[in-house]
Design a protein around this ligand. Structure first.
Ligand code: ATP
Length: 247
């Protein structure tokens, strides 16, 4: 529908022309929603994100069937830089911050391409510090000295500076203590609520993801095997047994 920011329609993805990793994946992300993509290691979640952000192409991967539509326009063969320009910002697994720049320099770094005016940059920085007060305290420190959780906050904050049309989050909980995971998911939820940011969230932590997202897809071995409202998925017996660890 017109309110879908992203529509992935039955895509097959191959790496190096031969390795079939996605075997017909379809999903939708409506405007203003948080949608989560769940599944175990190697299910194809990151590959799905890369098919959306264009990063597949840089790894000798390709969408060989199906389509990816961003606001109604096909992007499955569009280069990553162009997709970023159209407002898709991916926060990568493992964060990729610049360790030798300060926290605030890391936040400014993404803006070089945008030629923003000083006042606008200040406003955007303040917006990030509003969601992540911890980053404000650390603004003059080298990012390399920040903890894992702070670096994750920085990676999300940097994405926020770009006012994404679609924010792609790849395992924000990875390697973080439970309390910090809760804090970060709480902030993601607030960003969605207060900014209206549309989010596609890839996670292995199904419990937290289904508390945060409105809708979820579960992926196994390159296919979507189950989808539904988060509240419904949380009560589904198979999801409980295999993903939430409750029987
Ligand atoms: P993870 O949580 O480990 O990131 P995932 O669900 O995101 O898992 P993907 O990273 O998408 O899974 O990987 C899906 C499959 O594709 C795996 O079997 C992986 O080995 C393979 N794969 C991923 N990247 C490449 C690549 N560049 N070349 C070849 N095969 C790849």
């Amino acid at each position: 529908s017109a309110e879908d920011v992203l529509v992935v329609n039955n895509i097959e993805v191959v790496y190096h022309d031969v390795i079939l990793v996605l075997k017909g994946v379809s999903l939708r992300v409506p405007q203003g929603r948080i949608v989560t993509l769940l599944g175990t290691n190697g299910a194809g979640k990151t590959t799905t994100l890369k098919a959306v952000s264009g990063l597949l192409l840089t790894e000798d991967g390709a969408v060989r069937k199906g389509s990816v539509e961003l606001q109604g326009r096909r992007i499955e063969s569009t280069p990553a830089e162009e997709i970023v320009r159209r407002g898709v910002v991916q926060v990568l697994e493992g964060r990729r911050i610049f360790k030798h720049l300060t926290v605030e320099e890391n936040l400014r770094v993404g803006l070089f391409a945008r030629r923003s005016r000083g006042a606008v940059v200040r406003e955007d920085l303040d917006r990030v510090y509003h969601y992540f007060p911890r980053l404000s305290e650390l603004r003059g420190r080298l990012a390399g000295y920040a903890s894992g959780g702070e670096q994750q906050m920085l990676a999300i904050g940097r994405a926020l500076m770009l006012h994404p049309t679609l924010l792609l989050l790849d395992e924000p909980s990875l390697g973080l203590a439970p309390l910090l995971v809760q804090e970060i998911f709480g902030i993601v939820e607030r960003i969605n609520r207060e900014e209206g940011t549309t989010i596609l969230l890839v996670e292995q932590n199904a419990r937290m993801a289904l508390r945060t997202a409105h809708y979820g897809y579960i992926m196994e071995n390159g296919r979507i095997v189950l989808e539904g409202e988060s509240a419904w998925l949380r009560e589904n017996p198979d999801v409980k047994e295999f993903y939430l660890g409750l029987t």
